[in-house]
Each structure stands twice: as structure tokens, then as C-alpha cells.
Design a binder for this molecule. Structure first.
Ligand SMILES: C[S@@+](CC[C@H](N)C(=O)[O-])C[C@H]1O[C@@H](n2cnc3c(N)ncnc32)[C@H](O)[C@@H]1O
Length: 261
């Protein structure tokens, strides 16, 4: 679920497109490393998409020949996943399971090469237990691709949009929530996420903002001008390499592996 500053549909979709492209670019090296380290199974990686929803990423990964297991508590999301996988002709490589991280261990016949956990840690009851369950099923050399909503990025986004009271609430609430109606149970600070990963026995390979700056740029300015849109993509690509800009990113992507593995 994008943490955006505006409910306007066209704004969400432009940002979603930028974000999806960025996530694709980040998941690719995660998969490549896992395949290099584990060799996969007959050349195919086992990918688990925890909270994978309707299969935005998992169906694409199945199209690339990987075996994908989606674990999600929502029957509607799993029905949409099933439909999408059939339409893409990859139903035999995509398995949906209704549940959460607790069920992972009993569900899988072989160690996981890549586990995606995108926009899910904000929704689970116990993020520490979830990451421990994730670490437990990752095989040696396996990788975690974790996408989290970042508190400081949510504050910057709301402040830049003039939603000052909300920005203050997210900044000062112990869980980084905008209020009781906030659909997210928490927005983590980067340090808190790093601690959770370490305690779960996961070592961070890389962390980057997704997107770093694009969510802060008013789309009313960028949308009508293809050259500006292209410039924004270049700005985003350049900003990825600047760790000091990471604090304003609405989301962070963490690539982690089993510590010592
Ligand atoms: C914001 S969506 C993200 C979907 C997908 N990961 C993506 O990036 O497009 C959050 C998903 O997490 C699922 N979810 C909610 N609580 C969960 C839990 N405790 N364990 C696993 N998934 C959960 C929801 O059903 C939903 O499909």
C-alpha cells in the first residue's frame, strides 16, 4: 500500500509505476545472488512472497521460471493471485497458501532461496516473530527482500504536502501512526528495522530508499512534462547512491541474508 501524500488517483498510479520499477530493479540482484549462492533447484529458485497479496511480483517471478509460494491471510488476494497466475500461464509454478509467517516452516519442502516481504511488517502483530520465522526458512545463501514504510519519510511526505498535524503525529507517535484510523500498525525507523533484522539473525547486505525523492515531487508539476518525468527518473537513480538522502525516502528496501550463512 503506497504511503502517499495525496489521494488523487493519477498521482498514486504514477508513483506506483516508479516504485514498481525501482522494486523490480532491487529484487533482481537479490535473486541473482541467491541463485549464485544456492544454485536453486534444477536451476529454479524457490521464492516465497509473504503477504504477497494478488501477486504483483510473484507472478512476474514465476514468468521468469521460478517456483513461487505466496502466503497471505486474505482469501480475496489469493483468489486474484490464482486468476492472475492462470492468465499468465504460470499456475503450475505459483502456489497460494492462506496464512501468515507462522505457517512457513510447515509449508515448504525445501529451503527458501528468496523471501519477499514487501509492505507487510507494518501490518503484522509481531514483527520480531515474523522475521524470526522468515530467518528460519531461508536456506544457506538465501536472501530476504524486505520493503518497509519508513517513519521519517512519511513525516517528510506529509510536511511537504502541508499536512503538518499529521506529520507531527507520525513523528511523535510511538508506532509512527498518523492516528487511530491509520491502516498501518507501525512505521519503523531505519535503526529499529536494522535491530529487528539483527535479532532475527539476518545480516544486511544493502539498504536503499524506494523511492528516495520521487514521492516528494508534486506530480502536478511533473505529470504534464515528459522531459521532467524523465529527469525525475535520473534524479531518483542518482539519489539512490546518496546514503544521506535515505532518511526522506517513504520506503526502504533491505536486502538481508542469514548471518554467518
Ligand atoms: C500492502 S499489501 C502488500 C502486497 C504485496 N506484498 C505488494 O508489495 O504488492 C499487504 C499484504 O499483506 C497481507 N497481510 C496482512 N497481514 C498479514 C500477516 N500477518 N502475514 C502475512 N501477510 C499479511 C495483506 O493481506 C496484503 O495482501
Amino acid at each position: 500500500m503506497p504511503d502517499t501524500a495525496s489521494p488523487r488517483r493519477e498521482r498514486r498510479s504514477t508513483r506506483a509505476a516508479l516504485r514498481a520499477a525501482a522494486v523490480d530493479a532491487l529484487v533482481e540482484p537479490v535473486l541473482a545472488r541467491a541463485q549464485r549462492e544456492t544454485g536453486g533447484h534444477e536451476g529454479r529458485a524457490l521464492v516465497v512472497d509473504l503477504g504477497g497479496g494478488a501477486g504483483t511480483y510473484s507472478v512476474r517471478l514465476a514468468e521468469h521460471g521460478h517456483d513461487v509460494v505466496v502466503v497471505d491471510p486474505s482469501p480475496d488476494a489469493l483468489a486474484a493471485l490464482d486468476r492472475r497466475a492462470r492468465e499468465a500461464g504460470v499456475a503450475e509454478r505459483v502456489r497460494g497458501h492462506q496464512g501468515d509467517a507462522r505457517q512457513l516452516a510447515g509449508l515448504l519442502e525445501r529451503p527458501v532461496d528468496v523471501l519477499l516481504c514487501h509492505d507487510v511488517l507494518e501490518l503484522v502483530d509481531d514483527p520480531a516473530a515474523t522475521l524470526a520465522d522468515v530467518a528460519g526458512v531461508l536456506g544457506p545463501g538465501g536472501s530476504l527482500s524486505l520493503l518497509t514504510a519508513q517513519r521519517s519519510g512519511a513525516v517528510a511526505l506529509r510536511a511537504a504536502a502541508g499536512r503538518v498535524e499529521e506529520a507531527l503525529a507520525v513523528l511523535t507517535d510511538p508506532d509512527g501512526r498518523a492516528g487511530p484510523d491509520d491502516p498501518l500498525l507501525r512505521r519503523l525507523d531505519a535503526a529499529a528495522t536494522a535491530d529487528l533484522l539483527r535479532h532475527a539473525g539476518l545480516a544486511v547486505v544493502d539498504v536503499v530508499g524506494v523511492p528516495v525523492l520521487a514521492d516528494l515531487v508534486p506530480e502536478a508539476v511533473v505529470d504534464p512534462d515528459p522531459r521532467l518525468r524523465e529527469a525525475l527518473q535520473r534524479l531518483e537513480a542518482a539519489a539512490l547512491g546518496h546514503a544521506d538522502l535515505r532518511g526522506v525516502a517513504s520506503h526502504l528496501h533491505w536486502h538481508a541474508v542469514r548471518a554467518g550463512g
